[in-house]
Write a protein that binds this ligand. Structure first.
Ligand SMILES: [Zn+2]
Length: 129
C-alpha cells in the first residue's frame, strides 16, 4: 500500500494544514493526526483512522478555536483530506453538539460518502474499533 508523506500546505493564503506522515500498521490500518495553523498559531486539529482493507476512514472530531469557527476552514480541510483517499467512505462520530449542522451539510453535499457512526455501511469494518 502507498505510504503518504507528511503534508504541509496552504488551505488559504494564511492558513496551513499539516498532516503527519502515514505509517502502515497491522491490518493495513493507519492513524494520522493533523493540525491547522494561522501564521505560527495553532487554530485547529483533528485526526483520522483509515482502514485500507475496507476503504473506510473514521474521522475524529475536527476542532477549531472559537474565532476560527464558521469560516469554511473545516470544509477546506475535509476537501483536502478526501482528495488524499479517493473512493474511500468516511465514518463520522461527532461528539460536539454544535458540529451536527456542519456534518449534515457535508452529508448533503457528498451523498453516500459520509456515514453516520450508526450507519451499518460504516460498521461493516471490523478493523477500526
Ligand atoms: Zn476494515
Amino acid at each position: 500500500m502507498p505510504i503518504t508523506p507528511r503534508i504541509d500546505e496552504m488551505l488559504t493564503e494564511t492558513v496551513r494544514l499539516i498532516v503527519d506522515a502515514e505509517k502502515c500498521d497491522r491490518d493495513q490500518m493507519t492513524f494520522r493526526p493533523f493540525e491547522i495553523y494561522r501564521g505560527n498559531t495553532q487554530i485547529g486539529s483533528g485526526d483520522y483512522t483509515t482502514c485500507h482493507t475496507c476503504r473506510l476512514v473514521e474521522l475524529g472530531e475536527i476542532g477549531f478555536i472559537e474565532p476560527e469557527q464558521r469560516r469554511g476552514l473545516g470544509t477546506r480541510t475535509l476537501l483536502r483530506l478526501r482528495a488524499l483517499l479517493p473512493g474511500y467512505h468516511w465514518i463520522l462520530t461527532p461528539t460536539k453538539a454544535g458540529s451536527a449542522p456542519f456534518w449534515h451539510r457535508m452529508q448533503r453535499a457528498y451523498p453516500d460518502e459520509y456515514y453516520d457512526g450508526r450507519d451499518p455501511r460504516g460498521r461493516r469494518c471490523r478493523h477500526i474499533i
